[in-house]
Design a protein around this ligand. Structure first.
Ligand SMILES: C[S@@+](CC[C@H](N)C(=O)[O-])C[C@H]1O[C@@H](n2cnc3c(N)ncnc32)[C@H](O)[C@@H]1O
Ligand SMILES: O=C(O)C(=O)C[C@]1(C(=O)O)C=C[C@@H](O)C=C1
Length: 247
């Protein structure tokens, strides 16, 4: 389980392909996401702390778009509620394979962790079981915009009283100046983490067709349309935020 530094976009590419969660990305993903998403370690750890407040006995905790299982590991570090289990799901075979290795390593280091199932599958086709916590940590932005409301509706339907959806996303801003300022500051964050101008530019063109961020207002309105009763932002660092949505 070697972890490599992210150099995926370091060399000039004749044509930048669309970003995909393939084996090359899997190899560098922990480094990539930490150096690309301001606040990522804080969000992940506190997602576990939040989840412990919402977890209900005898229920499922979902990690949707689990990648290498960082959120699942945080859930297992913090949630002690009786008879809960985690279902982690991702449609990238390479991510799922490596995620299982990481979780086996966590199992061998700690006792009495929540049981976990790691499923290779599409969250749009998932039949949800009654859930107390659903985490969508930087996953909804990769779902086609016209599928987002239906997915959130199905999540809302599966949530038990007292549970919560925790949704983290990159944001866009309707105010042009605010959008430009926070985009520039995000570029400065990447530069400070060692990414070159070339890496930043090529990554931008790789993700622009596959990742479509919404504004905070769009998220709030869509969550309310999906049947959630309350939307509470609990974290924002530059143009990345995390929200709690209550059933
Ligand atoms: C930015 S990563 C999520 C990061 C991860 N949640 C974390 O906190 O480390 C987005 C993930 O969503 C997965 N994904 C995208 N669309 C999906 C879908 N329809 N069904 C399942 N997984 C999906 C991708 O394969 C990728 O691993
Ligand atoms: O906006 C960017 O440049 C990003 O790298 C963001 C982001 C994300 O938010 O998920 C995009 C793809 C990678 O998974 C890691 C980070």
């Amino acid at each position: 389980m070697s972890q490599e530094p992210d150099r995926i976009f370091a060399q000039p590419l004749a044509q930048v392909p669309d970003f995909a969660f393939n084996e090359d990305v899997v190899r560098v993903f922990p480094d990539m996401i930490k150096r690309s998403v301001p606040g990522y370690p804080t969000i992940v750890e506190n997602l576990g702390v939040l989840a412990a407040q919402f977890a209900q006995p005898h229920s499922v905790l979902y990690d949707l778009g689990s990648s290498l299982g960082a959120v699942t590991q945080a859930l297992r570090r913090h949630v002690r509620t009786e008879d809960c289990r985690v279902i982690a799901i991702d449609n990238s075979a390479a991510m799922v394979e490596r995620c299982r290795e990481y979780l086996n390593a966590q199992d061998s280091m700690f006792q009495e962790l929540l049981p976990v199932d790691v499923i290779e599958g599409d969250i749009l086709a998932l039949e949800f079981q009654p859930a107390s916590v659903v985490a969508l940590n930087f996953t909804l932005q990769f779902i086609a915009p016209d599928q987002r409301l239906a997915l959130l509706g199905r999540i809302r339907h599966s949530l038990l009283p007292g549970g919560a959806l925790i949704l983290s996303e990159k944001l866009r801003f309707d105010d042009t100046e605010e959008h430009a300022l926070l985009t520039d500051l995000h570029v400065a964050f990447k530069r400070a983490n060692g990414y070159s101008e070339l890496e930043i530019a090529q990554k931008r063109s790789a993700i622009e067709n596959v990742m479509k961020p919404d504004s905070l207002e769009q998220h709030r309105e869509r969550l309310l349309s999906a049947g959630f009763s309350k939307v509470v932002p609990w974290f924002q660092c530059l143009n990345f935020a995390s929200l709690i949505a209550l059933p």
